[in-house]
Design a protein around this ligand. Structure first.
Ligand SMILES: [Zn+2]
Length: 318
């Protein structure tokens, strides 16, 4: 198996143990955080304490899903990884537009400009965080992104979102890295996935997130899985949506249907769920609570390892 791009440089995929595919560890201030204080996560010491706990509990790797200019700080992520011993992969790409101040350059670049920017972040280095959203930093850091994040709003990848998605998909295809799609409970996911296929992203490099915020109706899950892409189940421990028992029932159904090789687990953390920030569960929740729950529900050790180790390795380096 090949190597993957972490914030500390290339790492052998085979060396990765327990992995979580979609987390948020440290995020500089964004307009979204004014509306939702759970999105305030800019205490480096707290983020480090959280990661050290994760490492102690057996966590080896995670992907940070906050993209460029949406509060991501590449140099902080590099430091957090070095000091915690957790391998971290950073994201380029874009989030929902509410994460960017109106003056931000993200709103102005055309498809070609966005594509070149995302590709540069994967191949050369990420832009540093900048306190002035209107000014795009000229110098890049020496820290490279390893995946591309894209966001599909509830109305689908239309208007400005289509331009952003096209640029993100082209960059992922050109660099052979995964493209991770934020969705609103899977709304318009199949159309967005097909658009990405048309731009050269293969199904084995596509991850659809948040479909499991709705776990009662299996049909939307099956519709996405039939496209051959990965599903990131990141609503574990998010009780405003449903119980962990319902999450386990969804996993059981999808694995029994033959999609066990396409399921990934994460917590999609905010300050409200990071223990060091006073949150409810902590980054160790999958290791310490959810995997034991799956064991109790009859999932085999091999199945549990697939969801948290093998599928992630294959996605990044298969
Ligand atoms: Zn997220």
């Amino acid at each position: 198996m090949g190597s993957i791009q972490t914030v500390l440089g290339p790492a052998e995929a085979d060396s990765l143990g327990h992995s979580q595919i979609h987390e948020h560890l440290f995020v500089r201030h964004t307009p979204m955080a004014d509306k939702n204080p759970a999105l305030r996560m800019e205490e480096e010491e707290l983020s480090l304490a959280e990661l050290k706990d994760y490492r102690r509990a057996g966590g080896a790797f995670l992907a940070d899903a906050q993209p460029v200019a949406a509060g991501r700080d590449a140099l902080v992520l590099e430091r957090l990884s070095r000091e915690s011993g957790v391998a971290i992969m950073a994201s380029t790409g874009y989030h929902l537009l509410g994460f960017y101040p109106e003056s931000c350059w993200v709103h102005a670049l055309d498809e070609e400009g966005l594509y070149r920017l995302y590709r540069g972040e994967l191949e050369e280095g990420m832009l540093p965080w900048s306190a002035d959203p209107a000014r795009r930093p000229e110098e890049v850091t020496g820290v490279r992104a390893g995946l591309v994040k894209a966001a599909i709003p509830a109305e689908g990848a239309v208007g400005r979102y289509e331009t952003l998605l096209r640029a993100a998909a082209r960059a992922a295809a050109a660099c052979g890295v995964p493209l991770m799609l934020h969705t609103e409970k899977g709304a318009h996911a199949p159309e967005a996935v097909r658009l990405c296929f048309g731009l050269g992203v293969p199904p084995e490099k596509l991850v659809v997130c948040h479909v499991d915020r709705q776990a009662a109706d299996f049909a939307p899950h099956e519709a996405v899985a039939r496209l051959g892409v990965y599903l990131d189940y990141d609503t574990v421990g998010r009780f405003k949506y449903h119980s962990d028992g319902e999450e386990a029932a969804l996993l059981r159904h999808m694995a029994d249907k033959g999609w066990g090789d396409r399921l990934l687990l994460a917590l999609d953390t905010t300050a409200q769920r990071l223990a060091a920030y006073g949150g409810e569960i902590g980054l160790t929740y999958i290791l310490e609570t959810f995997l034991p729950l799956l064991a109790g529900a009859g999932f085999t050790p091999e199945e549990r390892e697939r969801f948290t180790v093998r599928n992630c390795r294959r996605l990044f380096a298969g």
